[in-house]
Design a protein around this ligand. Structure first.
Ligand SMILES: Cc1cc2nc3c(=O)[nH]c(=O)nc-3n(C[C@H](O)[C@H](O)[C@H](O)COP(=O)(O)OP(=O)(O)OC[C@H]3O[C@@H](n4cnc5c(N)ncnc54)[C@H](O)[C@@H]3O)c2cc1C
Length: 592
């Protein structure tokens, strides 16, 4: 059975030596020192390894079952969910007023990587609830917050997000679900939503659906979409349950992965709902939590890559095949372990340099969210808004690729279910699709975010890179291995941005034909920047003689691998972008 151990040391390194969260505390939470975070990661790591990891395979094999309108989750999920709830793990970064612990979001993101690595399907029940609770927190009335948040923060009740309909996923302006105003101030919601994660299940007493629908008589298209709270069981003023609401699960989907999470067709038949936020501003309300939700999905890509990588390393050290070309390294055995072979090492290093870089990137993005929410830091808000599609699109694509590479280390055994490697690949695949398919993330990045506020956020990113390069120009440990490649990659990104400015206005197809490459180009530069920052921290620790020199030396060497072998991909992406629209747009539809 696959193993998983939370990379606690890596989290500690990034939080305390790279981002230095204790030295520049996140407003509203000063006690985030290394002992405290180590204790949290230690406990979370135990639950992940001992409880959630063994259930991952159970969930994959059993899946969810719909019986008499109720979805039964796999054996053991209920007990594990109780344990997560009782341990207070569900509302760590939620306000104390509603039963949370008010920890920074950066801690929430670190824990969501751990739980997601161990069992993505399971973690989604809580993840969706967190997203729905965040929307109520920002847009709800006091009464709505008091009614729903304490139960959702504790996960006694769970939450869902209902956007997708059979004929529309990306283009939500086509939505047909209707909301009819009622005399008591509520709305009657009717329509069908599909692919709703955690839509129905047996883990919680109530499920609070957030549903996008169009109010009758409102504007056409996306401008007429509003957001509603539609509970499975109505809640009386004293908090007791009222009637069962008019929402049912019609069926659950059979799918490629995340079998332990129920993906439901939800039928709303005159269900009672209450407006969340303003009329016709539903997309705005949804977008409030989009940054968080998309970073959360990026973390899923990273999470599956990390779990798959850990298993591939164990296998590569254990499996004996062939001899090292430079002479036997296991002369007493029949063959050498796979890890002696350069191509296996290349494969493992591609995974390792991705996961460690991606972890730093997601934690940095989470820190920006904390600063924007808790310190009203507009620059942080602008930057994280720009980077969000990169976190989502780049990390889920690369995370999926990493799971395939981990499978490859196993040869044929990676393809056989017994070893559990194909589950990582199957589970990772969905992250490239939901929460806005990755092609749409690229569209958002190039079509919207680049030029947002006059392009000042992308300029702020370039300034950040430039400042890092300048401040560390005299650091010999960084010069050739880190600073030069980062400078070259950042130049590629700027040149691509200029290309879009010069050609994209005249011919938008010239920009959008290169949008996917741009998202990946940007992702590589972000990981390059994170590796340079990590290298600086590792070099500082090595020179000071603090901590574990092996850990820091491995960081420096892994980072150099990324800079030398992965970062040059920016040149290829730039070359593709500069070919413009022609190669992509020439064929007629009939010629495909
Ligand atoms: C397992 C699973 C769980 C899900 N969970 C939820 C959930 O909890 N709640 C929810 O509301 N939805 C959920 N979804 C739905 C998911 O978010 C949508 O499937 C996704 O947004 C894509 O929508 P679509 O499937 O309709 O594809 P389409 O919108 O038809 O898109 C098809 C393809 O075309 C591309 N495309 C579309 N428009 C453009 C454009 N303008 N430019 C370039 N490319 C474009 C897309 O990138 C995509 O690759 C889930 C889906 C699955 C499979």
């Amino acid at each position: 059975m696959p193993i998983y151990n939370a990379p606690e040391k890596d989290f500690q390194f990034i939080l305390h030596e790279v981002l230095k969260v204790a030295e520049q505390p996140i407003p509203g939470y000063d006690d985030i020192d290394a002992d405290f975070t180590a204790a949290v990661f230690g406990e979370a790591g135990k639950i992940a390894s001992d409880v959630l990891t063994p259930l991952n395979v159970v969930g994959d094999k059993q899946g969810c079952v719909l019986e008499n309108g109720v979805v039964r989750t796999p054996d053991g999920f209920q007990e594990a969910f109780d344990q997560i709830r009782d341990g207070g793990w569900t509302g760590l970064d939620m306000p104390e007023q509603y039963g949370g612990q008010n920890m920074p979001y950066i801690m929430g993101i670190a824990l969501s990587e751990i739980f997601s690595s161990a069992n993505q399907s399971f973690a989604m029940y809580q993840g969706l609830t967190h997203g729905a609770a965040s929307a109520i927190l920002v847009h709800g009335t006091d009464q709505q917050k008091d009614t729903y948040l304490p139960k959702m923060v504790s996960c006694e009740w769970t939450g869902t997000m209902n956007l997708t309909e059979p004929h529309c996923g990306t283009d939500l302006g086509l939505m047909r679900t209707k909301a009819e105003p009622q005399d008591d101030g509520s709305f009657s919601v009717t329509g069908q939503k599909i692919f709703i994660s955690s839509g129905e299940h047996d883990l919680a007493d109530n499920i609070i659906h957030l549903v996008l629908a169009k109010i009758l008589g409102g504007p056409e298209g996306i401008k007429g979409v509003s957001l509603f709270i539609v509970p499975k069981f109505l809640v009386n003023e004293d908090g007791s349950f009222g009637d069962r609401n008019g929402v049912t699960c019609g069926s659950i989907e059979e799918k490629m992965g995340i079998h332990g999470n129920s993906t439901c067709v939800m039928n709303y038949d005159g269900a009672k709902g209450w407006l969340l936020g303003e009329e016709h501003k539903g997309m705005r309300a949804m977008f409030t939590m989009m940054n968080e939700a998309r970073i959360g999905v990026g973390v899923q890509g990273l999470g599956q890559a990390e779990a798959a990588y850990q298993n591939a390393v164990v296998y590569a050290k254990d499996r004996l095949q062939g001899r090292a070309v430079t002479g036997a390294e296991n002369p007493d055995g029949p063959a050498d372990p796979l890890i002696v072979h350069p191509d296996i090492r290349r494969n493992l290093l591609e995974q390792k340099s991705f996961t460690e870089g991606a972890r730093a990137f997601t934690l940095w993005a989470a820190e920006l969210i904390d600063r924007s929410h808790r310190a009203d830091d507009e620059a942080a808000e602008g930057l994280v808004s720009l980077l969000t599609p990169v976190v989502k699109g780049f990390l889920t694509d690369q995370g999926y690729n990493a799971t395939v590479q981990a499978q490859q280390v196993y040869g044929g055994h990676g393809y056989i279910e017994e070893w559990g490697m194909s589950q990582f690949t199957r589970d990772a695949r969905i992250a490239m699709i939901y929460e806005g398919a990755n092609g749409v993330q690229a569209l958002d990045l190039v079509g919207r975010k680049l030029a947002q506020d006059g392009g000042k956020h992308v300029m702020a990113f370039f300034d950040l890179v430039k400042t890092f390069l300048k401040d560390n120009a005299d650091n010999e440990a960084l010069q050739a291995g880190y600073l030069e490649p980062l400078k070259a990659a950042s130049k590629d990104l700027q040149t691509a941005g200029m290309y879009f400015m010069q050609h994209g206005v005249k011919n938008p197809n010239a920009a959008l034909s290169g949008s996917y490459d741009f998202m990946h180009l940007f992702g590589h530069v972000c990981l390059g920047l994170m590796w340079a920052r990590m290298a600086k921290a590792a070099d500082t620790a090595l020179k000071a003689g603090t901590g574990d020199p092996d850990f820091y030396q491995a960081k420096l060497d892994t980072g150099r691998f990324y800079m030398a072998r992965q970062l040059p991909a920016t040149g290829m992406h730039l070359a593709r972008i500069q070919t413009g629209a022609d190669p992509v747009m020439t064929l007629d539809a009939a010629q495909f």
